[in-house]
Design a protein around this ligand. Structure first.
Ligand SMILES: NC(=O)c1ccc[n+]([C@@H]2O[C@H](COP(=O)([O-])OP(=O)(O)OC[C@H]3O[C@@H](n4cnc5c(N)ncnc54)[C@H](O)[C@@H]3O)[C@@H](O)[C@H]2O)c1
Length: 311
């Protein structure tokens, strides 16, 4: 596989490192030509400061788009039109109808299109997903997420819902294997141009619920979740990947290996592009996450619940 990396900023540099380790990186592109040159030189690959020049000069099979959210749609559309498999960082697009357009284009051109909902590749999330699926600790009833961080000053185009809460929206839908019927949210801003704190409630069928609390005010990095099941409460930390299971009979700490979610995520995209694996994050999942984020923002603006009918 020959893969190009578009956007080599704070997050994209991690993709660049892993793609190079896997021997798949053939070029980098960043409108900041200094960054493009830095990473092109570091990994001994061609570097470009415009997508058009890259498309004119490179032969490649797929691309990672790791640029600001507001640019995702245009870049991904161009790549899909050029018959390239595309991995777009989260959220796939700012507007859900743009995501639907990408999804249709990928289907028409028989291409892999996916989005960076990385927590699905977090070994802690994968293990809890197994427990939920097998009902090892009973039926999943309620989820609670806490994602807190100091304000990322370089994120200018979106607020915390599109930047941060989307991870937990996707994970909640992944755990419940369902989409919410209703969304209710409160959000506000203290220091950022867009909302910098939000609490979102997703109501699933049979009164199941996910509560997602995110803020850019807490000075330390917190990324935790808990899953209330019929026979246990399972809590986990996305960062340490530790899991604690509390039942009526005591506390269990399952043992498992710590793995880098980004490596697993990139491997899945490469294998899916080669037709060896199914893609884990399907484009329709990413579109639904954007629809829920749109509903959360609307709910917090209107002060009312938003009822959804997602497929
Ligand atoms: N999955 C995750 O856990 C995770 C974590 C952080 C960021 N992200 C996502 O990654 C994306 C980038 O975030 P970041 O923190 O790296 O931002 P960043 O600002 O640090 O980097 C963006 C880079 O893209 C370049 N760029 C901008 N427009 C471009 C264009 N049209 N063509 C080519 N390059 C362009 C910029 O010069 C910059 O180097 C965002 O979508 C963000 O939501 C995902």
């Amino acid at each position: 596989m020959r893969i190009v990396q578009i956007g080599t900023g704070g997050w994209g540099k991690n993709h660049t490192r892993i793609l190079s380790q896997l021997g798949a990186l053939c070029a980098v592109c960043d409108t900041d030509s200094t960054r493009a040159k830095e990473f092109g030189t570091k990994y001994s690959v061609n570097h470009y400061s415009s997508l058009d020049t890259l498309l004119d000069s490179e032969k490649f099979d797929g691309a990672f788009v790791c640029t600001p959210t507001s640019t995702h749609f245009k870049i991904a559309k161009t790549l899909l039109e050029q018959k390239k498999n595309v991995f777009v960082e989260k959220p796939m697009t700012y507007l859900s109808h743009e995501g639907e357009e990408l999804q249709k284009l990928a289907e028409k051109n028989k291409l892999v299109l996916t989005c960076g909902y990385i927590e699905r590749f977090n070994p802690a999330v994968a293990l809890v997903k197994e427990y939920v699926k097998s009902k090892k600790y009973g039926e999943l009833i309620m989820l609670e997420f806490h994602r807190e961080n100091r304000m990322p000053l370089h994120i200018k185009d979106v607020g915390i819902i599109y930047d941060t809460s989307v991870h937990d929206i996707d994970t909640a839908m992944w755990f419940f294997d369902d989409t919410p019927e209703v969304v209710f949210a409160r959000s506000g801003k203290i220091r950022h141009e867009h909302e910098d704190f939000a609490t979102i409630m997703l109501g699933f069928k049979d009164n199941k619920v996910a509560v997602i609390a995110s803020n850019w005010i807490t000075p330390t990095r917190v990324r935790k979740f808990s899953a209330v099941c019929g026979d246990a409460i399972i809590s986990s930390d996305f960062i340490s990947q530790e899991i604690k299971i509390e039942t009526n009979h005591g506390t269990e700490i399952p043992r498992k290996e710590v793995e880098e979610p980004l490596l697993l995520e990139i491997k899945n995209f490469l294998a899916a592009s080669e037709g060896k694996e199914k893609i884990i994050v399907k484009p329709e999942h990413a579109v639904n996450t954007t629809k829920v984020a749109e509903a959360a923002l609307l709910s917090s603006q209107k002060g009312t619940p938003i009822y959804l009918d997602l497929k």
